[in-house]
Design a protein around this ligand. Structure first.
Ligand code: 5AD
Ligand code: SF4
Length: 455
């Protein structure tokens, strides 16, 4: 084993800074890491330049996420020369992949390397690194059955919390590395989830986000648990009631009528669904192994909107998947026009080692992909603006979260950011307040707080 760069453990300050990359799951895992560290007496440093311990919680879904980590580690190497007590840990999805792990080791910047399956052991890995002065690499190939739900998280926001309902993914979309780094799908037991949520409600949380790579297949592999619509109804029925429930991410192939009915029937389930479509071409959807057609997707949207008329739908779209022709791309643009998304995350296809798509021929030339990307954004944005404008004059409920330059910011039930001026009355931060929308902009709304709820 290599000697550690922790030359002077005595100089190690018990302050930490965690930098998260990637999805909501990673953000929530980072809150759990913060919980572990605060339990060990560490305090937040505020930024990576002053911390005694810097943890990178990494993502490998696209190459640029990885490159950003390598860029940061270069800076950490420099910081370690200036501060020999500095400990650097790298966890999450990147170390879980062999090639990335080797490259991480080569940087020489990390004292601790850990993966997605052993986040709960981070405290002992840190102690080991500090006690021995030797670099620690501990990557588990599989999950050991322990539930990280029991680790109490330090929330970035006191009113909102993620709650894992399942881990891993079995879908093997052909472009996606997640099933390779997060392992097979496993669902937590409903009772454990409900207990965790009750504790969060007691702690002042008003909004929770149920988290899983594909929440719609929750419970499908276990015969003792509820399915996702039942779980949602159980969470929605908790007393004292939770004002807001969100969930993410939904896979269209598993979105059932029961789920649509649960959203319709439970007022405290937010009127927003993130439903990644990825492409509007049946040929590409098949090559992506998504298991639905564009017609399936569009009929799902019709059913959702019929039952829950105010629902805002957002999506993910990949541009430049291998073999994507002009016609395939036009089909995506046409789907965007028909689907009318309130927002969309758009990604350039990124080749990931170990996935099926990495072996596919016919890569799309970079300039073609870039051109398509720009056209896609130009198609999405005006529609999102029209949707925002359709909220003008209406009152929405906003969970106010921060005040900046005289404007409060929060999110409406449909997940749109809403900005409204501070009128000098008591601070709404942490509460859900009615706001009359005066202006809809692309991807956000502007309004005024009102003191009588007419909705
Ligand atoms: N290249 C580009 N985008 C990807 N995504 C997942 N894998 C890749 C990839 N290899 C996108 C999908 C997914 C989102 C979280 O990231 O759109 O829904
Ligand atoms: Fe990746 Fe598909 Fe699983 Fe989502 S559902 S994590 S895109 S494999």
């Amino acid at each position: 084993m290599a000697r550690n760069t922790i030359k002077a453990v005595d100089k190690h300050k018990k302050t930490y800074h965690i930098i998260s990359f990637g999805c909501q799951m990673n953000a929530h895992d980072s809150e759990k890491l913060a919980g572990i560290l605060q339990g060990m007496g560490y305090t937040p440093a505020g930024d990576e330049t002053t911390a005694g311990l810097v943890v990178y919680n990494t993502c490998c879904i696209r190459e640029n996420a990885e490159n950003r980590v390598f860029g940061n580690l270069g800076y950490m190497k420099y910081m370690k020369q200036k501060n020999p007590g500095l400990v650097v840990a790298v966890g999450g999805c990147m170390p879980q992949q062999e090639a990335a792990l080797e490259k991480l080791k080569e940087t020489g910047a990390a004292d601790i390397l850990f993966g997605t399956h052993n986040l709960h052991t981070f405290g002992s890995l840190l102690e080991q690194a500090l006690d021995t002065g030797i670099k620690v690499t501990d990557i588990w190939q599989e999950w050991d059955g322990s539930d990280r739900g029991y680790i109490s998280a330090v929330r970035e926001n006191p009113w909102r919390s993620g709650v894992n309902i399942m881990y891993g993914c079995d879908n093997f979309c052909s472009y996606c590395v997640v099933p390779l780094v997060r392992g097979r799908e496993r669902s937590r037991k409903p009772d454990e989830i409900l207990d965790e949520i009750r504790a969060l409600i007691n702690d002042g949380v008003v909004e929770i986000m149920l988290l899983g790579q594909n929440v719609n297949s929750y419970g499908q592999k276990s015969n003792d648990g509820a399915a996702f619509p039942e779980l949602l109804r159980l969470v929605a029925g908790l007393k004292p009631a939770l004002p807001r429930i969100r969930f993410m991410t939904s896979h269209p192939k598993d979105l059932s009528l029961e789920l649509i009915h649960a959203i319709r029937d439970c007022e405290n389930i937010c009127r927003h669904i993130h439903l990644p479509v990825q492409s509007g071409s049946d040929k590409i959807l098949q090559a992506m192994n998504r298991k639905y057609t564009r017609e399936d997707y569009l009929s799902l949207l019709s059913a959702l909107r019929r039952e829950v008329p105010d629902i805002t739908v957002t999506t993910d779209i990949i541009v430049g998947f291998p073999g994507e022709t002009d016609d395939d791309f036009e089909a995506t643009l046409e789907l965007v026009r028909q689907a009318r998304f309130g927002g969309a995350f758009t990604f350039l296809y990124s080749k990931r080692e170990g996935t099926k798509a990495a072996e596919m021929d016919c890569p799309v030339p970079e300039n073609t992909a870039n051109e398509r990307f720009a056209r896609l954004v130009d198609t999405i944005n005006p529609i999102a603006l029209e949707i925002s404008k359709s909220w003008e004059g209406r009152i929405v409920q906003v969970l106010a979260e921060k005040l900046e330059k005289g404007m409060f910011t929060g999110r409406a039930g449909n997940n749109m950011p809403v900005h409204f001026p501070d009128n000098g009355a008591s601070s709404p931060i942490g509460s859900i307040v009615p706001v009359k929308i005066t202006e809809g902009r692309t991807f956000f709304l502007i309004g005024e707080q009102c003191y009588q709820n007419h909705e």
